[in-house]
Design a binder for this molecule. Structure first.
Ligand code: MF3
Ligand code: CO
Length: 254
């Protein structure tokens, strides 16, 4: 299928993106000590279904995993980078940081989004990690326009993150989205300006920098989903679904 979305595609993704942003905001606001990550997942699933959508990650098979992803939400706590699986045994405590990643199918199209938040009060370094990661997504979005090389985005994100003294994850990347959860093009959060394919007006992409407090090196758990830092340092993740326009970008998950 073409990577350039039709008017109908864009209308459906825009409507879905707006709903998804509202759902994720509600879930993020519910985060507090004592809650389990399974509680957050149940809330996310109910909000999506009540809005007429379907959880996109539940039952998703990818990344070579044998088992389908079992939940609506990815909940990645502290040294978990992405794709942490919600569990009744994972109880949030004051000072934790958590990445909340969610995807929805709505009117046959997919949107994808993530935020990271602190559980109660956390330390200054964790707050800075979250703020810097969020800013790196804004920087990525500011590079987007028709004709830009994908390497320009990665270069800008990597340069900013490394100047802040943090690590930028290489093993996982942003991606096209819309007809599927993951489609082409692949959009690394590192790279060199002028390199890589060019974005075109009408593409819909998910930009998602993953940032570590320490080394950027990551590993995957035996559950085949949960990515965590090799050095045990904490990580943060933000993601938006974005329409590439002639002169810039329209954030669809807002
Ligand atoms: N937002 C996630 C990503 O782009 C999608 C996770 S799919 C899941 O990597 F199945 F792991 F949830
Ligand atoms: Co994504």
């Amino acid at each position: 299928m073409s990577l350039i979305k039709s008017k109908e595609d864009i209308a459906a993704i825009r409507a879905g993106g707006r709903i998804l942003a509202r759902v994720l905001r509600a879930v993020a606001e519910a985060v507090h000590p004592g809650l389990s990550t399974a509680d957050l997942d149940a809330m996310a699933e109910k909000l999506i279904r009540d809005a007429g959508g379907t959880p996109a990650f539940k039952g998703y098979k990818a990344f070579g995993a044998q088992a389908a992803y079992p939940a609506t939400l990815c909940t990645s706590v502290n040294d978990e980078v992405v794709h942490g699986i919600p569990s009744v045994h994972s109880i949030l405590k004051e000072g934790d940081i958590i990445g909340l990643d969610i995807g929805m199918q709505y009117e046959g199209r997919y949107t994808d989004m993530a935020v990271s938040v602190a559980v109660g009060k956390t330390d200054d370094r964790a707050q800075r990690l979250i703020a810097v990661t969020k800013k790196s997504l804004d920087i990525a979005i500011s590079k987007v326009c028709s004709g830009v090389s994908i390497g320009d985005i990665g270069d800008a994100v990597q340069t900013y993150i490394e100047a802040q003294g943090f690590g930028i994850v290489r093993d996982l990347v942003g991606h096209g989205v819309g007809h599927e959860v993951h489609e082409d093009p692949v959009i690394p959060n590192f790279g060199k300006s002028g390199h890589g394919p060019k974005l075109q007006e009408g593409m819909v992409i998910a930009l998602e920098p993953m940032v570590t407090e320490g080394s950027w090196r990551v590993k995957i758990d035996a559950d085949e989903w949960t990515w965590r830092t090799k050095d045990g340092s904490r990580a943060a993740h933000f993601e938006h679904t974005i329409l590439v326009t002639k002169d810039g970008a329209e954030v669809l998950t807002m």
